[in-house]
Ligand binder design. Sequence first.
Ligand code: S3P
Length: 168
Amino acid sequence: MAIILIGFMGAGKTSVGKALSKQLGLPFVDLDKAIENKVNMSIPDYFSAYSEQAFRELEHQALVAYQDFPGIVSTGGGCIETPENRELLQGLNQVIYLDASMATIWHRLNQDQTNSRPLADNHSFDQLQARYDRRLPYYRNCSQYCVSTDHLTTAQVVNKIIDLLQLK
Ligand code: S3P
């Protein structure tokens, strides 16, 4: 059964997902990457060509397709924006919310030179904070476990998840 990681942009879903997959010897899928491969376009390009709403539809299809993936699934930060996704996640039992404070998120997003994010790039701290505050209850309601990542290394987060899910 899939172990699904949710959380705001910059919470560490992809890094943790890859490390957890390595540690457990299970496959890993990043839904953003799966979508990019499907449409053969980067997410920022897809957003500007077709809109956020069109992206959310693809994201929903990807979550449905991978809900029973026999490994680790890393989602995009906005996956909980779609009511159908919230309902789907609430029906699962290995959804982990990677929590990080807004200060940590802001720092990590500013450090990240690799990924471009249409809903974070060129946004002010206050704009991002408003999105973060609005989404917070969704992350909480859609997960069965929460790991606070603020002061932990990726390896420590992985160990916490393994403990929580009693996979040792
Ligand atoms: C988004 C988060 C991104 C990506 C897209 C939209 C969001 O994923 O799905 O840019 O709405 O929070 P990450 O959380 O991996 O950055």
